[in-house]
Design a protein around this ligand. Structure first.
Ligand code: HEM
Length: 63
């Protein structure tokens, strides 16, 4: 996200970033992800654990 830098840096940057988190958190409350039928996830454990190459196939229900 480009907020510029130096003397013309956006004065609302911190507010805008916080606003984006609030909007995301609000939207995520209305999302229900479920693993796709028959999909067996595999995991890669590195610095953090994350899904393997096949990703995380899910049906996402918005309500
Ligand atoms: C995603 C949201 C936003 C983006 C991407 C953004 C981006 C920018 C950019 C690129 C500039 C520099 C413009 C230039 O070169 O003159 C700027 C300036 C500015 N922005 Fe934002 N902005 C955002 C949200 C906001 C919000 C929410 C506020 C106020 C609540 C705000 C207040 C300002 C002000 C007052 C300046 C002028 C700063 C100065 O010239 O001293 N911005 N913004």
């Amino acid at each position: 996200m480009l907020f510029a830098a130096g003397p013309l840096v956006c004065l609302g940057k911190q507010f805008a970033m916080m606003e984006m988190r609030m909007i995301l958190a609000t939207l995520l409350q209305r999302v229900e992800p479920n693993l796709a039928d028959g999909f067996e996830p595999d995991f890669v454990t590195e610095l953090s654990m994350h899904p393997g190459e096949r990703g995380m196939q899910a049906d996402v229900h918005f309500y």
